[in-house]
Design a protein around this ligand. Structure first.
Ligand code: AAT
Length: 280
């Protein structure tokens, strides 16, 4: 018998993959978590039936949520990730030797636990082996309220704006993030698909512009997310991701990245017209 997984991206369109095995299926206090084995994309983690990560294409998302901010800021030392319980963002942050501490604040302890058990290629730095990494199981909103003026970079590696992540797309949250950053801090947040989510983007970027002086969108190709075209919001107090970017420092990074590089950093901020219009 063949097993197929389908995620509907809209009423009339979806993505379908052949699945060989369910590795975990369970409900936490916050959401339904499933980890399945697929033939084409390796292991895949779903929350409430939506694809969060797959082993095959997670490198794109995690390179692109982490490195643009970490190579724009001249010397990031203290970094916070909100969400991201699979550990992929923390793994990329740990490639930067100048980062002294990275904190993960994930609302759902079950995501962390099952990622350590079943997705070790992503969770390799959140399993207790790295003393530069701290874990908090808490709502990101509550956590940053108590941690003002602390971070050089904050990455919002959150689910889509449904359930526990709704508040992470609102202006009040961005004000707290602004306060939690030092005076030259940078925030990056995943910002949905320019192709399908124009309405979410319009509201989100409007909220960000009410709070941060520099707000730019950049894009990446993520085949298992709706439309394959994904985006990130770069919100900054001081450094501009293109004008203040030191291409040489990124070129001399001294570690391998399969998606990010010093040329793509610049290219990612060059948007197709329809994407630019979403946030005009
Ligand atoms: N690294 C890519 C994976 C994710 S999952 C996002 C995580 O955010 C989930 O584990 C979820 O439990 C967590 N989360 C949601 N709301 C909060 C909150 N308020 N505080 C802390 N953590 C939270 C990103 C997938 C992007 C999907 C795009 N389609």
């Amino acid at each position: 018998m063949e097993m197929w997984y389908t995620e509907k991206h809209s009423e009339n369109v979806g993505i379908t993959m052949k699945v060989t095995e369910t590795l975990f299926s369970g409900k936490s206090e916050f959401q339904q978590l499933d980890i399945v084995q697929t033939l084409e994309y390796g292991k895949m983690m779903l929350l409430d039936g939506l694809v969060m990560v797959t082993e095959r294409d997670e490198f794109v998302y995690h390179d692109m949520i982490a490195h643009p901010a970490l190579f724009t800021h001249p010397a990031p030392k203290n970094v916070l990730v909100i969400g991201g319980g699979d550990g992929g963002s923390i793994r990329e942050i740990m490639k930067h030797p100048g980062v002294e501490q990275a904190t993960l604040c994930e609302i759902d302890g079950l995501v962390i636990e099952k990622s350590i058990e079943l997705l070790p290629s992503m969770a390799c730095e959140i399993d207790g082996s790295n003393s530069r990494v701290k874990l908090h199981v808490d709502d990101g909103l509550a956590y940053i309220r108590d941690h003002q003026n602390e971070f050089d970079v904050i990455l919002v590696d959150s689910t889509d704006p449904i359930g526990p992540a709704v508040g992470l797309f609102e202006e009040d949250f961005y004000r707290l993030v602004h306060g939690a950053l030092k005076e030259d801090g940078i925030m990056v947040a995943q910002s949905e698909s320019p192709f399908y989510h124009a309405d979410i983007q319009k509201a989100m970027y409007g909220n960000l512009r009410n709070v941060f002086p520099i707000v730019e969108m950049y894009q990446a190709f993520i085949p298992t997310y709706p439309s394959g075209l994904w985006s990130f919001a770069f919100a900054s107090k001081k450094y501009h991701p293109v004008n203040d970017f030191d291409q040489q420092r990124a070129a001399n990074r001294g570690f391998h990245t399969r998606y990010y590089n010093e040329q793509l950093h610049l290219g990612a901020f060059m948007l197709p017209t329809f994407a630019r219009e979403n946030i005009a």
